[in-house]
Design a protein around this ligand. Structure first.
Ligand code: 5RP
Length: 222
């Protein structure tokens, strides 16, 4: 199976976790997009969705799924999203699609985080995938120096030769060369740097369930 077919398989499997008649949180990225396409087929079974990015909001709307403002939603049972890396304990690196801040916010309002990913995302130790950190533009250089002191290279993410701007008008630093043995500690440490909006470590609030697409079928980690 191709990586896309594995992503489609977990997207289909995630439909089982969609609660009847409720509002759900929806992530961003190619796996989340496959999930949205599946959700479109059962859209009448849910009240609507809260999107973690402008791109996700547009895709949900293209399927006729009502997109709700998070300010109008008190809680959600589930948030369903992909990951760039995930450990067997459910700690994740996210933000490859630059949506980490809204992803973390929407996930924080949901009771359970259901991670959907192809099996290649499962790792014992996080850090091979560059760790994204969203930063306030005026603090970018100062934050990069603080992050480099952790023993990594902080690379400003570019798009068409210019700094990429997130949906929040901020920039992304990708941290290369980390081996993250204690993800929750590092998450706290990076959160504390002035100018950091969000670090793409989801360890303090990790995945409750991971659906991983493999050649042997969809594996469930809880
Ligand atoms: C976007 C994310 C995505 O969940 C992550 O990058 C995985 O993407 P994909 O499903 O395309 O592999 O965190 O900010």
């Amino acid at each position: 199976m191709t990586q896309d077919e594995l992503k489609q398989a977990v997207a289909r499997a995630a439909i089982e976790y969609v609660p009847e008649g409720e509002i759900i949180g929806v992530g961003t990225g190619s796996t989340a997009n496959y999930f949205i396409d599946e959700l479109g087929k059962i859209k009448d079974r849910i009240k609507g969705a809260v999107a973690s990015s402008e791109a996700t909001a547009a895709r949900l709307a293209s399927h006729g799924i009502p997109v709700l403002d998070l300010n109008d939603v008190e809680g959600m049972s589930v948030y369903i999203d992909g990951a760039d890396e995930i450990t067997p304990q459910g700690a994740m690196i996210k933000g490859g699609g630059a949506a980490l801040t809204r992803e973390k916010i929407v996930a924080s309002v949901a009771k359970r985080f259901i991670c959907i990913a192809d099996g290649s995302k499962l790792v014992d130790v996080l850090g091979k995938f560059p760790l994204p950190v969203e930063v306030i533009p005026m603090a970018q250089a100062a934050v990069a120096r603080r992050l480099a002191a952790l023993g990594c290279e902080a690379r400003l993410r570019l798009k068409d030769g210019k700094p990429l701007l997130t949906d929040n008008g901020c920039m992304i630093l990708d941290l290369v060369g980390l081996r993250i043995e204690k993800p929750a500690e590092l998450e706290k440490q990076i959160n504390d740097i002035p100018g950091v909006v969000t670090v793409g470590l989801f360890a303090i609030g990790g995945a409750n369930v991971a659906l991983l697409g493999t050649e042997e079928g969809v594996k469930t980690l809880t």
